[in-house]
Design a protein around this ligand. Structure first.
Ligand code: DGL
Length: 269
């Protein structure tokens, strides 16, 4: 048993999809969440910058006595998992590996992957999917407009439907069987994406598979918490807590009471 917290970071608000999945799977675990809202978006930044930001985020979470670091951000998971695993001596898990595994399980021939420009340019999903199943054909596409649409709260909106069509029709024409939603924000658009793609294409949401992976890691290490459900999770951002609260409700469909500013100059060592 290990009653330390789960540390989760994202470039901002989108990682709340991973937070939600973790809490659904393990309600007894306490989560400390950091959204790097001052430096968002990561999806249009370089590998070096994303790694630097990710290291700083992890160092902050380590000051909160966490037992694992979950990188909820796909852009950050694409580039920074190894750097963090090398530097810190607690488990570090990104969303790409669990998402890829789920995709491989439900695809015979062709899988589509969508994400931010950074995630798609990294080729991280394609690499891991091919390691697991070398004959699968992978069609990747960056969809940079999806994040701002979600942040704006334009979920069931004609403009959103039009943009989803524009990005995803070509993948549909390619007859993909599965589509990996390789970005924190995309699960929020699931219903509209389903409407555009039809029922024959399976959507893979890496948030859920990541939560399952964390559960299995804890189970195998005997690290599941045995506290009651009332331990309060903690939310930190690097800028603009009010906005995080407001947009966060779109993700969680409930209120977030307290969001504090994180001081990233606090080092974990
Ligand atoms: N969290 C990012 C991701 O999953 C999306 C937002 C951003 O670009 O920072 O890739």
């Amino acid at each position: 048993m290990n009653n330390k917290s789960i540390g989760v970071f994202d470039s901002g608000i989108g990682g709340l999809t991973v937070y939600k999945a973790l809490k659904e799977k393990m309600p007894n675990e306490k989560v400390v969440y950091l959204g790097d809202t001052a430096r968002l978006p990561y999806g249009s930044k370089s590998k070096e910058t994303i790694i630097r930001y990710s290291l700083e985020n992890a160092e902050f979470l380590l000051t909160k006595d966490v037992k694992i670091i979950v990188i909820a951000c796909n852009s950050s998971s694409s580039y920074a998992v190894e750097a963090l695993q090398k530097k810190f001596n607690i488990p570090v898990l990104g969303v790409i590996e669990p998402g890829s595994e789920a995709a491989v399980k439900c695809t015979n021939k062709k899988v589509g992957v969508i994400g931010t420009s950074a995630t798609i340019a990294s080729g991280a999903y394609a690499k891991i999917i091919h390691e697991k199943s070398k004959d699968l054909e992978i069609i990747s596409k960056d969809c940079p407009l999806f994040v701002p649409l979600v942040e704006e709260g334009w979920i069931d909106h004609p403009a959103t439907r039009m943009i989803i069509k524009e990005y995803l029709e070509p993948l549909k024409k390619e007859n993909i069987e599965t589509l990996v939603l390789g970005c924190t924000h995309y699960p929020v658009l699931k219903d509209v994406i389903k409407e555009v793609l039809g029922d024959d294409i399976t959507l893979v949401d890496s948030a859920q598979t990541t939560a399952e992976r964390v559960y299995h890691i804890f189970k195998s290490l005997g690290w599941l918490a045995n506290t009651d459900k009332n331990r309060n999770d903690e939310f930190f951002v690097t800028d603009f807590p009010e906005r995080f609260k407001r947009v966060g409700e779109i993700f969680l469909k409930k209120k977030i009471d307290r969001v504090l500013i994180a001081d990233l100059s606090l080092k974990g060592e």
